[in-house]
Design a protein around this ligand. Structure first.
Ligand SMILES: Nc1ncnc2c1ncn2[C@@H]1O[C@H](COP(=O)(O)OP(=O)(O)OP(=O)(O)O)[C@@H](O)[C@H]1O
Ligand SMILES: [Mg+2]
Length: 397
């Protein structure tokens, strides 16, 4: 990784480079897909997953070998099941902090090895299904070797006969989805929204801008977690996939993801590229600007589909601000609103002209720094033109 922060890394302590070919022997077909794998937020507009077709790489898989499928990572701790039972009060209902397609998420605390108790989130895989095992394995194998301030930290795992668990750093502010869409949640200010957008863009850039490119494939508000300072961290690498190799332009694979976030060209051809993540990023950007879900059945018919609703506004500079979340109460300049919505439009546009995440990040940073600061700060140019800038950034628009 050429352009990353000092504190980010992709470890080389890998035993098996081919994640997909190391998993279970069962092949995926439409009938095998797990219909439960979706955000199970009780909202009527929760989005259903898309799982269709068959993954090329998965069609010739050998029998599962449990630990043999896993890469070595010195960063990950292998927890005994009893340790995690102790950590979560035997997975008691009071410890539940969320539920996704993977299973329940519990809050707990474990010893960090130096005698200090740290808060953790423990994800417990529903015991059924090949898809779940495959996602668990991908999570361990990717997050075990990826380290970046905008990726959630995986602390360890448990693999115990039927039980599969994942232990993460605890993110006190939950998911972006909770903050944007749940009734009664505190309103995220414009500056916090910008901070979150930029942090998630940095996370995606880290994955894309490396010779060992990774396509995240599940970029959505539910997978953006927020730490105590509302810094964004990407979670859930269960659908992540290595990018194309040997001069190939795309990876051909099963169509899998969450409805509303998947790029149209991927849905029709199964061709996966980093530009698919850019499309999902554009959708999330729209959700952040409007405070609306990509698909919301509770809205009037013509407003159910966010993309269709916003498009006519986004094409007109004078109307762009009309899509903005009214809860923001005009904390932004019209110019910033237009630039952000225009960027979203480019991200969800035709794949041939869709920008890269690096280009997206560079533009976002320009929006986030007001003009008077730009002209006064000598360091700004270096900072803004840097493909992967340092952690310092100003958010004032
Ligand atoms: N590390 C964490 N720290 C704090 N809360 C977390 C953490 N991981 C997950 N959660 C909470 O658990 C919820 C469920 O997360 P999970 O990733 O299982 O499902 P999801 O992303 O909502 O849906 P999907 O099934 O598509 O993954 C999140 O919305 C969040 O509130
Ligand atoms: Mg998730």
């Amino acid at each position: 990784m050429g352009n990353c922060f000092e504190s980010c890394s992709k470890s080389n302590d890998i035993v098996d480079e081919n994640i997909d070919s190391s998993v279970n022997s069962k092949t995926l077909s439409q009938g095998d897909s797990d219909p439960e794998r979706s955000s199970t937020l009780s909202s009527p507009c929760s989005l259903k997953p898309l799982i269709t077709g068959k993954d090329e790489a998965d069609s010739n898989l050998s029998a599962p070998s449990k630990e043999g499928e896993m890469m070595n990572s010195q960063h990950l701790k292998s927890f005994m099941l009893d340790e995690l039972k102790n950590a979560t009060g035997n997975f008691c209902p009071e410890s539940v902090i969320g539920e996704g397609g993977f299973g329940f998420v519990h809050k707990g605390s474990v010893n960090d090895g130096a005698g200090i108790e740290i808060a953790v989130a423990v994800k417990q895989l529903k015991t059924d299904g090949f898809q779940g095992h495959k996602e668990w394995l991908r999570e361990v194998n990717y997050l075990g070797r990826l380290h970046h301030p905008n990726l959630v930290k995986l602390i360890g795992y448990t693999l115990d006969d039927e039980q599969r668990l994942l232990v993460y750093e605890y993110m006190p502010n939950g998911s972006l989805d909770n903050h944007l869409f749940e009734k009664g949640s505190t309103v995220l200010s414009w500056s916090l929204r910008l901070q979150i957008v930029i942090g998630s863009a940095r996370g995606l850039c880290f994955l894309h801008e490396d010779k060992d490119q990774i396509i995240y494939r599940d970029f959505k508000t539910a997978n953006i977690l927020l730490d105590s300072g509302f810094n964004a961290k990407l979670s859930d690498f269960g659908l992540a996939k290595d990018g194309p190799k040997d001069d190939r332009l795309h990876v051909t694979t099963e169509v899998i993801g969450t409805q509303g976030y998947a790029a149209p060209e991927y849905l029709t051809t199964g061709h996966l590229t980093t530009k698919c993540d850019v499309y999902s990023f554009g959708i999330v950007l729209l959700e952040i600007l409007t405070g609306r879900r990509v698909i919301d059945k509770t809205k009037a018919r013509e407003e159910e589909n966010l993309v269709q609703w916003v498009k006519p506004y986004l094409q007109d500079k004078r109307k762009a601000y009309r899509i903005m979340d009214t809860k923001l109460a005009g904390q932004y300049s019209h110019k910033a609103a237009f630039m952000m919505s225009f960027l979203a439009l480019q991200c969800i546009g035709d794949v041939k002209v869709r920008p890269s995440m690096l280009e997206v990040l560079s533009l976002l940073e320009k929006v986030s720094i007001p003009r008077h600061k730009k002209s006064r700060s000598k360091g700004f140019d270096t900072y803004s033109s840097s493909p992967m800038p340092s952690k310092r950034f100003l958010i004032t628009n």
